[in-house]
Design a protein around this ligand. Structure first.
Ligand code: AMP
Length: 189
């Protein structure tokens, strides 16, 4: 089972992905986490993307596609991946389909967490206080939200046309969101 958790930043994708990892043994492929790890390690890649990430802009398609491709065998061995924060552009979605197809696999399901942008601003302000992530500051967050609206949301019709898109109310309690995702996964399995 290959699942995409889809939604704007701070919609709760990471929280739900981590739960699915614990409960189902799936592998979470979060390009945001991979890029943050690259920064922490001080690698050349990390240094290259630091400014872009702190401004809230998207890093180039080539970089994130390569990061995902490297992890696909591990996900395949675990029986499936949860794509979290990837794909974010049409080019990434097409590359993902191609990479999976070459491995005889596909995206089975796209779960969109539907959230209210105003509420997101409040959520992020809290996370900024708690975790101090540079790209959670209000200016960078606005850029991230804009990137979602202009570059990522256009992927919705791409998956809707394939009959893979399921919408879940991301404003509900975490446990309710979890229940809805599990129900959708049960219907797809
Ligand atoms: P996230 O934790 O998923 O919100 O990602 C944090 C930041 O990493 C984003 O604001 C982008 O700068 C970068 N990033 C993560 N995933 C991608 C992606 N799929 N495409 C481009 N940039 C990404």
């Amino acid at each position: 089972m290959n699942l995409i958790l889809f939604g704007p930043p701070a919609a709760g994708k990471g929280t739900q992905a981590k739960r699915l990892v614990t409960e189902r043994g799936m592998v979470q492929l979060s390009t945001g986490d991979m890029l943050r790890a690259a920064r922490t390690s001080g690698s050349e890649l990390g240094q290259r993307v630091a400014g872009i990430m702190d401004r809230g802009e998207l890093v180039s398609d080539d970089i994130v596609i390569a990061l995902i491709e490297e992890k696909l065998p591990e996900a395949e061995a675990a029986g499936g991946a949860i794509f979290d924060g990837f794909p974010r552009t049409v080019a990434q979605a097409q590359a993902l389909d191609d990479m999976l197809q070459r491995r005889g696999a596909k995206i089975d399901l796209v779960v969109r967490l539907v959230v209210d942008p105003q509420a997101l601003m409040a959520r992020i302000a809290k996370r900024f206080e708690a975790e101090g992530r540079a790209d959670d500051n209000p200016d960078a967050f606005k850029v991230r939200l804009d990137a979602y609206m202009t570059q990522t949301a256009p992927l919705l019709p791409y998956y809707r046309e394939q009959g893979k898109l399921h919408e879940v109310d991301g404003m509900a309690d975490i446990a309710v969101v979890a229940q809805e995702i599990d129900r959708t996964l049960g219907e797809t399995a």
